[in-house]
Ligand binder design. Structure first.
Ligand code: GLC
Length: 398
């Protein structure tokens, strides 16, 4: 299989146009709408060979921004049956997702310099990140909160079991019911999440805040490019403040943990979230060395024959063998991509190449599937799933 050709074809097949907006669906049959962080991945991939499509992807994503600045995690461009999280507002979900948009916009510009594009998206981007920094951090801990596991991008990751009141062996359908209940709670208080969701689900996640840090830096770069030094300073300062708070409240035993509640209790379930901070350079080189040696390359926990397990094999919640247990162990391409870039950032070239090679092997043997069994490489979930195309970015920057 020629991966480059197949990946490009897949993105083309999954591209859609509605009401003059152009976007890409993650999987034609399973996920026939536009998703937030998926679209950021699409833009990063498309930037390499179709700058216009990459720009359009981001413009479509920002087109349904809420008045308060939130960017919804799903846009239901066409009516259908999959309205899982759409209650209360027309045409979109009421949640958000890991805020990768500024990074993606900068990446598109990096490949195809175009300040007109940056100028067009900068106000919406600024409003989105300011929304996160204010509405999702009203008490100024300098860590932003998510109000539903779906906002983490890892819907049923066991690191949210405790705040969700789920047992390690919960079935996917019961898990989904709990997440829907959360949306209902938010709807009842008219989506005033800041005032009502802290009683039900209010978690400061490691990946989400890591992505925030790196994206605030990207936003500062965009501001600099547009000659707005005051915004450049503002967003750089916010990035470092969040990074500092992550260090202060999340770091323990050599790794970062999500926290919840007013006393910022750590949620100690070992997931690939430990590796996310590598992406934003949040470990010292010595700490990173230890994280890679003790956890990433440890076959008893995360290091599997076919990639990095999203949940440690030592956790009671770990499942590798069934489609139903997606983020409770399976290998996913987005985590591979984040870890790959994190490793490269610290100079772990050999380990980064290993992840890239395993990603390529998975696609060659199992195709563009949603996720994979870490022990056998068998593909699970959606077919024609776009995240596999992220290997193009790994191959490009190797
Ligand atoms: C699954 C993933 C989520 C992704 C969505 C669309 O729900 O867990 O991260 O955004 O599919 O691909």
């Amino acid at each position: 299989m020629n991966i480059e050709r197949t990946a490009r074809k897949l993105l083309q097949e999954n591209s859609r146009e509605t009401a003059g907006y152009h976007y890409t669906v993650p999987s034609a049959d399973h996920y026939p709408y536009q998703w937030l962080w998926d679209s950021c991945f699409h833009a990063i991939i498309l930037a390499r060979f179709d700058a216009e499509a990459a720009q359009n992807e981001i413009k479509a994503l920002l087109s349904k921004q809420f008045e308060n600045g939130m960017v919804p995690h799903i846009i239901y461009w066409t009516p259908g049956i999959l309205h899982l999280f759409s209650w209360g507002v027309e045409g979109t979900s009421t949640l958000t997702q890991p805020p990768m948009i500024a990074y993606a916009a900068w990446d598109v510009h990096r490949h195809h310099p175009d300040t007109t594009f940056l100028r067009a998206v900068f106000p919406a981007l600024s409003a989105y990140y300011r929304f996160l920094l204010s509405a999702r951090d009203p008490h100024k801990h300098h860590l932003v909160s998510i109000i539903n596991p779906d906002e983490s991008g890892e819907d049923n990751s066991p690191r949210f079991d405790a705040p969700l009141g789920a047992s390690p062996r919960i079935q996917l359908k019961d898990h989904l019911a709990k997440r829907k209940e959360l949306v209902e709670k938010n709807r009842v208080c008219n989506f005033d999440a800041e005032n009502c969701m802290r009683d039900f689900f209010w978690v400061k996640d490691v990946l989400f805040n890591t992505v925030l840090v790196e994206n605030l830096r990207a936003l500062a770069r965009i501001a600099a490019e547009l000659k707005h030094p005051e915004y450049e300073r503002e967003f750089n300062a916010e990035a470092e403040t969040v990074a500092g708070a992550m260090r202060e409240f999340m770091f323990e035993d050599g790794v970062y943990w999500p926290v919840m509640g007013s006393d910022l209790e750590k949620l100690k379930v070992a997931t690939w979230g430990h590796f996310a901070p590598l992406f934003a350079g949040l470990y010292t080189p010595e700490e990173a060395e230890k994280v890679v040696r003790d956890h990433l390359t440890n076959p008893e926990t995360f290091y599997a024959p076919h990639g990095i397990r999203t949940t440690s094999m030592q956790e009671e919640a770990y499942r590798a063998d069934a489609e139903d247990f997606s983020w409770r162990g399976s290998v996913w391409m987005a985590p591979h991509w984040f870890i790959y870039h994190g490793l490269k950032r610290y100079g772990f070239t050999k380990e980064a190449e290993d992840i890239r090679n395993k990603s390529i092997e998975l696609i060659k043997h199992s195709g563009f599937r949603e996720c994979f069994n870490p022990e056998t490489g068998e593909g699970f979930g959606a077919h024609g799933f776009t995240w596999g195309a992220l290997v193009l970015d790994m191959m490009d920057r190797s």
